[in-house]
Design a protein around this ligand. Sequence first.
Ligand SMILES: Nc1ncnc2c1ncn2[C@@H]1O[C@H](COP(=O)(O)OP(=O)(O)OP(=O)(O)O)[C@@H](O)[C@H]1O
Ligand SMILES: [Mg+2]
Length: 268
Amino acid sequence: MSLITAGIDIGSTTSKAALWIDDRLGPCSIGPSTTNPRATARECYERVLREAGIEARDVACVLGTGYGRAKVSFADDNISELSAHGKGAKVLLPSARTIIDIGGQDTKVIVMDASGEVLDFGMNDKCAAGTGRFLEFIARTLGIGVKDLARIHASAAYQPASLSNMCSVFIESEVINLVNEEVPLASIVQGMHQSVAIRVAALAKRMGLVEDVVITGGVAKNTGVVDELERKLGVKVKTFPDGADPQMVGAIGAAVIARQKYLKRSSK
Ligand SMILES: Nc1ncnc2c1ncn2[C@@H]1O[C@H](COP(=O)(O)OP(=O)(O)OP(=O)(O)O)[C@@H](O)[C@H]1O
Ligand SMILES: [Mg+2]
């Protein structure tokens, strides 16, 4: 019989569930976070259970993580995002030593030793600049969606518009000025990605970057940001092999830790 565990990552922007079945990844689910995290967590969980064709009683251990982890009322326990992201990244890319997680609200840098032990971590200050929320906010101002940013970034020669890298409200008015000056959209988007990368790279460099560097969180899907980060850091920023979803890493890590906890408990 299979040993099935689950990880539920309730982030500020999206809620994710992942199943870990024996030694491989099972179904995953992602949806927007809502003002009712308890219900959202349950819906997310039920989707993966349905997809796997199993019931909650078939799952040996469930761990919650992320901003809303305490709201995962059906979980056996909850764990920090650092442990969850560290474990998830290590499982998907064993050579990972530095993780840059750019989510909706937080940007985190986690440095691990070769065995996956977390050595150090840093987080953005309270300002939204340098986060996914900032990208959403400016994309809305430009009348485009976050999913279009990478394509637009790559649609013209690299000529990033210069932005001040101050707070997001200042950058928004700068972006409106650039639009009025008829600066091409691709240049504005490249400039915006550059401003995110400058902030994130400064944080990562303070942490003492160790390769391999890998990027997680929803913003990892924006290749414009990934390219800019590589430029600013001067190292390769890896994504996960086999098309593994970088946004699911926290939930996957929680599911793997749930398996380890269950095995430890049952060996006592
Ligand atoms: N397909 C996509 N292309 C580009 N960007 C994307 C895409 N999907 C999501 N994003 C970005 O990812 C962000 C959300 O990331 P994620 O789901 O990792 O956040 P979260 O875990 O809820 O937040 P946090 O960890 O800060 O609490 C969005 O704000 C958006 O900028
Ligand atoms: Mg997150």
